[in-house]
Design a protein around this ligand. Structure first.
Ligand code: SDX
Length: 371
């Protein structure tokens, strides 16, 4: 039996949801290129595609829109929790707890897909309510007439998004929606494989995504740009960081050994929205880190990943940095639940092994005889 640290190159299932070409830097959801989906699609349509395996017709899309828009509100018990929880709580902890409370309240016997849509619908509300409550702002209740992305922006900022804000929100959520067998998706599968419930799976995904090596890198990447302060400091900053053994956040990937296509797409929208927001200097710094970072690390197959620009995007859309992983989760919940549904079609309990390196047959000594 061979030890595979980090389960590198170990396949846990077959999937028809997402294909990643790590060498060529390509990503496909159900066979459709991420470049086409980012340019032409929207959150609801791409969520339908990932969940059901095909692009929806008008009737199917409308049905999903209605389900997502009419399930956004939260039970009073959860609204009260969000209003009372300490204001400096980590948003991923608040999200994880609120989803857990939703699971307690969801006693209907709707199927896993219906529950997945409900959870997907409510995550933006949880995030926005906490964002406003901790700033002592009135919460903004969902507007059923708005799309998923527009409503998310509206509940957060109290105003409807401009055209570029709306498109940027949609593209950001599309880009984060699935990524094959990443750590948080695998965490969801492990829980699902024991035939536990979908809320427990999603909570496992949130718990895994919170880590700075996974969904937490976006805020760390933005922190780098702010620390650098001016593009003339970039080269020195990168050299100091790498020489001290620290990683360049937003760089590197287990699968991509070239530029992450999602970062390529995100970069173009970040360039535009930072202009509109008057923080184009942060884009210029990021772009310099991008170029110089690749000079330093590209030969090791280490390039910008999705988190490199997404922090700057979420910041431009109004989110606090500590909320970025929760925004990531608001989209990845579609991929998590789609992989769970796919896995359960041919379920097998996930139970790997460990290679024992300890002693065997040690003699038990009574307490008084021990050193
Ligand atoms: C996401 O899996 C997914 O698909 C994830 C994700 C998704 O959509 O779900 O794409 C989202 O999580 C993107 C990744 C976000 N994380 C970061 O940006 C954090 C910084 N990146 C890394 O820590 C790292 O690149 C990982 C964790 C992303 C991948 O790590 P691996 O594949 O386990 O590689 P490794 O840690 O074994 O590193 C291999 C070598 C090491 O050097 P050596 O010890 O061999 O000399 O590459 C070096 C590492 O030091 N390295 C880096 C680096 N990433 C790897 N060196 C400097 N800066 C970096 N960012």
């Amino acid at each position: 039996m061979e030890l595979r640290k980090g389960l590198e190159d170990v396949a846990v299932k077959e999937t028809a949801i997402t294909y990643i070409d790590g060498e060529l830097g390509r990503l496909y959801y159900r066979g459709y290129s991420i470049f086409d989906l980012a340019e032409f699609s929207n959150f609801e349509e791409t969520a339908y595609l990932i969940w059901y395996g095909k692009l929806p017709n008008e009737k199917e899309l409308e049905e999903l829109r209605i389900k997502l828009s009419t399930n956004r509100e939260l039970p009073d018990s959860i609204i009260n929790y969000i209003k009372e929880v300490k204001k400096d709580a980590n948003p991923m902890d608040v999200l994880r707890t609120a989803i857990s409370m939703l699971g307690v309240e969801d006693t209907d016997n709707s199927d896993i897909m219906e529950k997945s849509i409900k959870i997907t619908s409510k995550i933006p509300t949880i995030i926005s309510y906490f964002y406003r409550s901790r700033k002592n702002l009135e919460i903004i209740h969902p507007d059923e007439t708005l799309s998923h992305s527009e409503n998310f922006f509206y509940m957060l900022n109290g105003k409807k998004p401009s055209e570029i804000e709306s498109k940027s929100m949609d593209v950001s959520l599309i880009l984060h929606m699935d990524h094959e067998m990443n750590a948080s998706t695998f965490a969801c599968l492990v829980v699902a494989s024991t035939l536990s419930d979908i809320y427990s799976s999603v909570i496992a995904g949130i718990a895994a995504l919170k880590g700075p090596l996974h969904g937490g890198a976006n805020a760390e990447a933005l922190k780098q740009f702010i620390e650098i302060g001016d593009k003339k400091n970039v080269e020195d900053y990168i050299n100091k960081r790498l020489q001290s053994g620290q990683r360049l956040m937003g760089f590197g990937h287990r699968i991509y050994k070239t530029y992450d296509p999602r970062a390529k797409i995100m970069k173009e929208y970040v360039k535009e929205i930072t202009k509109e927001k008057g923080i184009y200097n942060l884009y210029e710094i990021a772009n310099a880190v991008d170029e110089i970072g690749i000079k330093e690390l590209g030969n090791k197959g280490i390039f910008p990943n999705v988190d490199f620009y997404s922090g700057l995007m979420f910041y431009s859309l109004g989110f606090d940095p500590d909320m970025f992983p929760a925004v990531f989760a608001s989209s990845r919940v579609v991929g998590w639940t789609a992989h769970v549904v796919e896995y359960l079609k041919n379920n097998r309990l996930i139970r790997p092994k460990a290679i024992y390196i300890g002693e065997i047959g040690r003699k038990y000594l009574p307490l008084e005889d021990r050193q």
